[in-house]
Design a protein around this ligand. Structure first.
Ligand SMILES: NC(=O)c1ccc[n+]([C@@H]2O[C@H](COP(=O)([O-])OP(=O)(O)OC[C@H]3O[C@@H](n4cnc5c(N)ncnc54)[C@H](O)[C@@H]3O)[C@@H](O)[C@H]2O)c1
Length: 350
């Protein structure tokens, strides 16, 4: 069987907990190299996960070992340089979310990937969440009818990630680009990825650099001189070409309870995903609330396997460049709308 010789860029938390378990066990991967600008991290990954080669730059990795693909798991602002270097070297690419720290960088990535003709998949794991995949099957089989309105929130009370995540120079932005992307993407995926037309939104840095005790925060790499200048809450509305609308609400820190839910309203039925999956419909003139027992598994497993199947066997690309750039444009439009107070047209951005 053909294996993908893959090089990992970024020896951090998401690489370790989400990518390594499948890069080292799925039969279609041969994890041959890792690079991180931090030598200790690159060496440590190579030792702990038996990766034959380690490097301190993507350029050295690309020049020194034979690779078919590169898996980009660096902080957001390094996605573009790593993806561009990989594309220029003719490698296929899996890139962690968000696609980039800005739409400008994302557009450069698109140009280079298209010019090189390499394969590119954006990794946004909620699209692979077993509940979402099961609900998408129901939707594709017509269970909801036309979806005209959808709503999603992911409210975290005190959960702003630590380290580079709070600093725009590395992250680009805050909670919208970091966790909002998951929520917005899940709804967009379930709606069938209609073309986004306009965005109206507002983001806030309201709680800021909190010192709350007794909580655990997501561990981004800590660096000297980091500042806190990112958004920690936001809400807004996205309109689509098919007439449908999405409303979202996201926070990393807020004075309210932590909750998470997706709701999609269709002409035949609606669905709520909140840990359970419930279909709200009618049968013989009576209202029904029907619980669905969905698929099982982990999002990352499906995501990593799907990329290998796409690269090795020509299976469908589940998150191609044209969708990735539309997602990045929606994220950028949220921040522009917040800054200007105006509704932002997506066609003016891409
Ligand atoms: N899919 C998810 O659910 C999910 C969850 C968390 C993070 N992420 C994304 O994964 C990415 C990494 O996040 P993390 O939590 O692993 O951060 P992290 O701080 O744990 O690791 C990032 C690593 O990238 C390295 N790095 C930076 N620039 C580099 C470069 N040019 N070349 C090589 N290495 C470089 C850093 O030294 C660091 O070790 C981010 O884009 C983040 O948004 C995704």
């Amino acid at each position: 069987m053909k294996k993908i010789r893959i090089g990992l860029c970024g020896a951090g938390h998401i690489a370790e907990v989400a990518h390594i378990p499948y890069l080292t066990t799925y039969e279609k991967y041969d994890l041959v190299a890792v690079c991180d600008i931090c030598e200790e991290r690159a060496k440590d990954f190579a030792k702990r996960f038996n990766i034959p080669h380690w490097f301190t730059s993507v350029e050295d990795m690309l020049a020194s070992v034979e690779l078919d693909a590169v898996d980009v798991c660096t902080w957001n602002a390094a996605h573009a340089p790593c993806v561009i270097a990989a594309a220029r070297a003719g490698k296929d690419i899996l890139c962690e979310k968000p696609m980039a720290e800005s739409l400008e960088s994302a557009k450069k990535m698109m140009e280079e990937v298209n010019k090189a003709g390499v394969k590119f998949t954006l990794a946004v794991p909620n699209r692979w969440a077993p509940q979402n995949v099961s609900v998408k099957e129901l939707i594709d089989n017509g269970a909801l009818g036309e979806i005209y309105m959808a709503k999603g929130h992911n409210i975290r009370r005190r959960d702003t990630p630590e380290g580079w995540f709070t600093d725009k120079r590395y992250a680009g932005h805050g909670c919208i680009i970091d966790i909002g992307v998951h929520r917005i993407d899940s709804i967009w995926f379930l709606m069938g990825c209609p073309k986004p037309v306009s965005v109206s939104a507002k983001v806030f840095t309201a709680i800021g650099d909190f010192k709350t005790k007794g909580i655990t925060r997501y561990p981004g790499r800590k660096l000297d001189g980091l500042v806190f200048d990112i958004d920690d809450a936001g809400a807004g509305c996205i309109k689509f070409e098919n007439g449908a609308i999405m409303i979202f609400e996201v926070s990393d820190a807020i004075n309210g309870p932590s909750t998470s839910k997706l709701q999609l309203y269709g002409t035949k039925a609606g669905v709520v995903i909140d840990g359970d999956v419930t279909l709200y419909g009618e049968r013989d003139g009576y209202l029904t609330d029907e619980k669905i027992q969905t698929r099982r598994g982990t999002s990352y497993e499906f995501e990593l396997k799907a990329f290998a199947d796409y690269v090795c066997d020509g299976a469908e690309n589940k998150y191609p460049m044209d969708l990735a750039i539309q997602m990045q444009a929606m994220l950028e439009a949220i921040y522009i709308s917040s800054d200007t107070g105006n509704e932002v047209k997506i066609d003016d951005l891409i």
